[in-house]
Design a binder for this molecule. Structure first.
Ligand code: FNR
Length: 342
């Protein structure tokens, strides 16, 4: 199988076997307000991460690039979506383009399609400072995402087995790249201990990448000869991960992601403490099944629905949404109590 075919294979697995629905956000309930004192027309969706102003809190989180024409087309279309809907976008890991310069166009296509939008570079925590600078340069990045993917690596027969030194490398990268750094998980959730370590570094934001959406353990296990089934249910669900991250890193912006599908997921994530919300697998699925027009319509509808819910909650700004009362039920309640993050 060629590298390009493997990339596409991966995407198909991600959208079939690799999807679950168990973020814990269904256990979050808002408290209705009969006198919210708000007006739909006076609601601002704008937010700020690392000094960058976003016109709305939702963004396209890292997915693809590398391989060949198919991933280039996906990145171009996602960038068109980002341009039309005025939302930020992160490209997928650019490590392959460092090793194979002919793959650069699969990433820079996103910048070409959206010359003025917010575009984030992406690299793993194994990267050197030089590699981090190169990936930012490749797409004229406005921010850099550094992804953490220990479980996916362990689940891959050819994956990394040594995760020492990541904190020091992230620290070094933060002090050298000219853009804000967002450290992100990839579907297993940032917990309080990891958040505490990151709180001491000059990172701009921490993206929870929680459990409950795309599941890379399940994806790799589907492809593996000797699957590590014990990793299939491994991870901190998105709802709990947002609260843990906010508790562990009070000095940082929290970005929610992992299994977000609808406006309600976004609004609940923000109410739990996030300042922005990233979506990956669900958006890619709509793009590949229904096309770009349908995806644009979907994202525009999410923005409208967020406004409706904010109005009902009496929240005029994303900051107000952090203050609304909510009830946490079930497993998420028990988890947060056990972890001292109530
Ligand atoms: C991803 N994700 C990802 N993340 C990252 O930092 N670098 C990457 O290259 C990729 N690649 C990738 C490919 C595909 C096909 C998918 C669906 C996802 C992970 C992604 O950014 C996110 O953290 C998780 O997918 C969880 O979010 P969703 O998909 O549940 O919304």
């Amino acid at each position: 199988m060629s590298r390009a075919e493997r990339k596409i294979d991966h995407i198909h697995y991600a959208l079939s076997t690799g999807q679950s629905r168990g973020t814990g956000l269904n256990e979050i309930q808002f408290v209705h307000r009969s006198l919210p004192g708000s007006s739909v027309n006076q609601i601002s969706l704008s937010t700020e991460i690392g000094g960058l102003q976003w016109s709305s809190p939702i963004f396209v989180n890292a997915m693809t690039g590398g391989g060949g024409e198919a991933t280039e087309n996906i990145n171009r279309q996602l960038a068109e979506l980002a341009a039309v809907c005025d939302i930020p976008m992160a490209v997928g890991s650019q490590m392959s383009a460092i090793r194979h310069p002919e793959e650069r166009s699969t990433f820079s296509a996103a910048r070409k399609a959206n010359p003025n939008g917010l575009l984030f570079a992406n690299i793993g925590s194994e990267a050197t400072v030089g590699e981090a600078l190169a990936v930012c340069d490749m797409i004229e990045a406005d921010a850099l995402q550094i992804h953490l993917n220990v479980i996916q690596e362990l689940a891959m027969p050819e994956g990394d087995r040594d995760f020492q030194g990541a904190v020091e490398r992230i620290d070094a990268i933060c002090s050298r790249v000219p853009v804000p750094v967002i450290v992100k998980e990839t579907g297993f959730g940032i917990g309080r201990e990891a958040a505490e370590l990151l709180n001491d570094l000059p990172v701009a934001a921490i993206d929870t990448g929680g459990f409950g959406g795309t599941n890379f353990a399940a994806i790799e296990n589907e492809r593996a000869e000797k699957p590590m089934a014990f990793f299939n249910g491994w991870g901190i669900r998105t709802a709990a991960s947002i609260v843990e991250t906010a508790a562990g890193a009070p000095g940082k912006r929290v970005v929610a992601s992992g299994g977000l599908q609808h406006a309600e997921d976004v609004v609940k994530s923000i109410a739990l403490g996030a300042s922005a919300a990233g979506m990956s697998g669900f958006l890619l699925n709509i793009l590949l099944m229904d096309g770009l027009e349908a995806l644009i319509e979907f994202v525009e509808q999410i923005k409208k629905d967020i406004r409706m819910m904010m109005c009902a909650l009496g929240a005029k700004t994303i900051g107000d949404l952090h203050q609304v009362p909510l009830i946490i039920h079930g497993e998420t309640h028990h988890w947060l109590r056990a972890r001292g993050c109530e």
